[in-house]
Design a binder for this molecule. Structure first.
Ligand SMILES: NC(=O)C1=CN([C@@H]2O[C@H](COP(=O)(O)OP(=O)(O)OC[C@H]3O[C@@H](n4cnc5c(N)ncnc54)[C@H](O)[C@@H]3O)[C@@H](O)[C@H]2O)C=CC1
Ligand SMILES: O=C(O)[C@@H]1CCC=N1
Length: 269
């Protein structure tokens, strides 16, 4: 039996881009659709066989797993209905950026365990990242069973670092998409046909990421291997490295995202 099929009833409250990507991957990885209930305003099933409702079911056994997948700004809209359906056997997982564990525990005090999960969109391919924080207790194994098919799973022990992990890995795909665009635009600005530059940029980032992921060498060593002595690449690296230009830009980028996470934590407290 697939490990995912033993998890019991799973309810997803909100199923847009992110929760939808997680669900697609779970189904692909062997989660049967029958135990899944999706609660979403459209009532449109995100996948065949998944029970899809426009409002929280009433009078049913509390789910074993309930995942909150709405925007943080919508937490207040769904919180009372969710609090009414969680039970002492429910593992509550929140993918809301910013919203703190203490806020979730206070709102959903009946839940057996409360965990924050921060996925990113490549989970749709099983090549994402899921950062986790919380007191899963005896349900830790269930959390890991659920998240493992999505990609790299990392527990973040200190919640103070969860916002940074969110900025790096949760928001990270967006920053990399910008990087791909910037590489392509630079190539086009200097004379390559735009579509060809984009194809080259996407394939280069894909291949380089695969090489970094599959290698025991550090990215710095891999970069040195590309940069032949006295060759072209070193001159390009010198531009990125001058005054730590790229690193400084990324520090500012992560800081800005993390700062917004802290604001959202306060807004949902
Ligand atoms: N998009 C991303 O890459 C990531 C998003 N997140 C988190 O995931 C959550 C959702 O983000 P997205 O999927 O991007 O947004 P989204 O807007 O695509 O999804 C939110 C869904 O919630 C539904 N919804 C709104 N009100 C509802 C209600 N009262 N009851 C049930 N469902 C309701 C909407 O119809 C929508 O489908 C956010 O809290 C965000 O912080 C976390 C990690 C990455
Ligand atoms: O932008 C956001 O708030 C969420 C968190 C990580 C990715 N999307």
């Amino acid at each position: 039996m697939n490990e995912l099929s033993g998890l019991g009833a799973i309810w997803l409250v909100g199923c847009g881009n992110m929760a939808g990507a997680m669900l697609r991957r779970w189904l692909e990885a062997g989660l049967p659709p029958e135990p899944v209930t999706v609660i979403r305003p459209s009532g449109v099933a995100p996948a065949p066989g998944v029970r899809t409702l426009t409002a929280m079911p009433q009078g049913e056994t509390p789910p074993r797993v309930l995942m909150l997948g709405v925007k943080p700004q919508k937490l207040g809209d769904v919180a009372d209905a969710v609090a009414n359906v969680v039970g002492p056997d429910t593992l509550l997982i929140s993918i809301l950026a910013g919203t703190e564990l203490a806020t979730l525990k206070q709102r959903f005090s009946k839940a057996r365990a409360v965990v924050r999960a921060m996925p990113n969109t490549p989970v749709a391919m099983g090549r994402g990242v899921v950062a986790l924080h919380g007191d899963a207790g005896a349900r830790r194994g269930d959390v890991e069973t659920l998240m493992r098919p999505l990609g790299l799973v990392e527990w973040i022990a200190d919640e103070a670092q969860f916002g940074l992990a969110t900025a790096l890995a949760g928001s990270g795909p967006a920053f990399l998409f910008r990087f791909i665009d910037a590489m392509a635009s630079a190539g086009a600005a200097l004379g390559l046909p735009a579509q060809q530059a984009l194809r080259l940029a996407v394939a280069t980032v894909d291949g380089a990421a695969g090489l970094a992921a599959g290698s025991d060498e550090t990215p710095a060593t891999l970069a040195d291997r590309v940069a032949s002595s006295g060759g072209m690449t070193r001159k390009g690296l010198d531009v990125l490295d001058e005054g730590r230009a790229l690193e400084t830009l990324l520090v500012h980028t992560l800081e800005a995202a993390e700062r917004r996470g802290r604001e959202m934590a306060a807004e949902t407290r």
